[in-house]
Ligand binder design. Sequence first.
Ligand SMILES: [Zn+2]
Length: 110
Amino acid sequence: MRYTDLRCAKCGTAVEPCMTSTQDDDEDIPPCDALLFLSYGNYGSRLFDSVMGDEYLLIIICDSCAAELREAGNVIHVTKEQPAVTRRAEKQERWRREGEEGTGSHGHVQ
Ligand SMILES: [Zn+2]
């Protein structure tokens, strides 16, 4: 199964590979206009927890749905400089302001 055999986990839109493979091997190519999300699960999940870290789940979210999730405050962009919990409130406030100004409609998820 290839990444692009998956559809957007939110809206079901099909995705296309972002380039044409030039090799005959089974190298996978990431999707265009979409994000790949990888999860090792977590202890609290009743669905999946890769205790040894040797397996993971993979989903695709199209860029449009990712932008909607971001605008709804359901995305956390974690950096080395700032932990996720304090950063989230700041991002939500910035996205709210950008939404009011109409400048945040086609940016990257950050
Ligand atoms: Zn989508």
